[in-house]
Design a binder for this molecule. Structure first.
Ligand SMILES: C=C1C[C@]23C[C@@]1(O)CC[C@H]2[C@@]12CC[C@H](O)[C@@](C)(C(=O)O1)[C@H]2[C@@H]3C(=O)O
Ligand SMILES: O=C(O)CCC(=O)C(=O)O
Ligand SMILES: [Fe+2]
Length: 329
């Protein structure tokens, strides 16, 4: 169902985003997930099993943080890359219309960073940990289903990477402040010049997969294969899953690493998105799986460690196609 509230311009179009219902049979689900990864690198997940309470508690903690005064928030920054960031994204001059928190996902790091984020660091780190545990479990489940859908002899080959104690997964909370609407706005909100501003520029995520949840304010768009942008209808009860560059490499290009962006918020209400980026340990090797290759098929990518890939990512701009650096030809 296209999103009735999503804004469409000449360069955007509404598409039926694949929806995976985790309460359906494993055979059905695994097949649909693999198809969605191949066709879009993106799908919506419903009946995902993550408790509403875990999500609501994190949302409340995050809102409390973003409501703080500017000097208070800056105590948790600057993001280098972890911590509180405002408008500046990454180290190479990218800018966006947002504030964010970028956190490592292991309990020790979460606890260490929580002192500068919350006056009640125990509660904050407990809530973040619970959320991370739930979405990591969900991430593992999705990756196992992919393993099943691809008929791999070891269906845990992908999930083992983010299950590893040394996994390099991160949690990001993006906050796009609401806007005060002028009188003009009421007459023609869709054609108002403040529309079409970019909140978080186009890019693909470097990791294996991203599990995104947002409140009920729109902004997320995905790029379709023909270069058209498709608005994604916000659904606070669902998660959206995005395939990252590392997964594209492991599947020798079969999975799309979806390019996406977030438009600046034009709503009166703030938009908040929470992303769990599932990543392998720094020393893990990423290379096309032999099972993914047809006889005589060439490997599209040279093997690289996750540390090498991260280094490349952080040397480039947000919109750059990082995986091209590792192409074989
Ligand atoms: C401009 C940048 C920000 C980013 C690191 C990079 O140099 C290129 C990749 C960016 C990205 C996009 C997905 C995630 O939000 C992120 C945390 C990541 O792993 O890669 C960000 C990086 C960041 O904001 O630090
Ligand atoms: O905020 C969003 O909805 C998307 C942000 C994003 O793509 C990212 O942080 O990598
Ligand atoms: Fe992203």
């Amino acid at each position: 169902m296209p999103c009735p509230t999503a804004m469409r311009t000449k360069k955007t179009k509404a598409v039926g985003i694949p929806t995976i219902d985790l309460s359906q049979s494993r055979a059905t689900t695994s097949k649909s997930i693999v198809e969605a990864c191949q066709d879009f690198g993106f799908f919506k997940l419903i009946n995902h099993g993550v408790s509403d309470d875990a999500i609501a508690r994190l949302e409340t903690q995050a809102f409390d943080f973003f409501q703080k005064t500017t000097p208070e928030k800056h105590r948790a920054g600057p993001a280098n890359p972890f911590g509180y960031g405002c408008k500046s994204i990454g180290p190479n001059g990218d800018l966006g219309d947002l504030e964010y928190l970028l956190l490592r996902s292991d309990p020790t790091s979460i606890f260490e960073s929580s002192a500068s984020i919350s006056n009640d660091s125990f509660t904050f780190s407990y809530v973040v940990n619970e959320y991370v545990k739930s979405v990591r479990k969900l991430g593992c489940e999705i990756l196992d289903l992919v393993g099943e859908g691809l008929w791999l002899p070891n269906k845990y080959v992908f999930s083992n990477l983010i299950r590893d104690v040394h996994n390099d997964s991160v949690l990001r909370i993006n906050y796009y402040p609401g806007v005060k609407h002028t009188e003009n706005w009421e007459f023609s909100p869709k054609s108002h010049p403040s529309n079409n501003r970019i909140g978080f520029g186009e890019h693909s995520d470097p990791q294996i997969l991203t599990i995104l949840r947002s409140n009920d304010v729109d902004g997320l768009q995905i790029s379709l294969q023909d270069g058209i942008w498709a608005p994604v209808c916000p659904d606070p009860f669902a998660f959206y899953v995005l395939i990252g560059d590392a997964f594209k490499a492991m599947t020798n290009g079969r999975f799309v690493s979806v390019r996406h962006r977030a438009m600046a918020n034009n709503s009166k209400n703030p938009r908040m998105s929470i992303m769990y980026f599932g990543a392998p340990p720094l020393n893990a090797w990423i290379a096309p799986l032999s099972e993914m290759m047809l006889p005589n098929e060439q490997s599209l990518y040279k093997p690289f460690t996750w540390a090498q890939y991260k280094k490349a990512a952080y040397s480039l701009r947000l919109a750059d196609s990082r995986l091209d650096l590792f192409k074989t030809s």
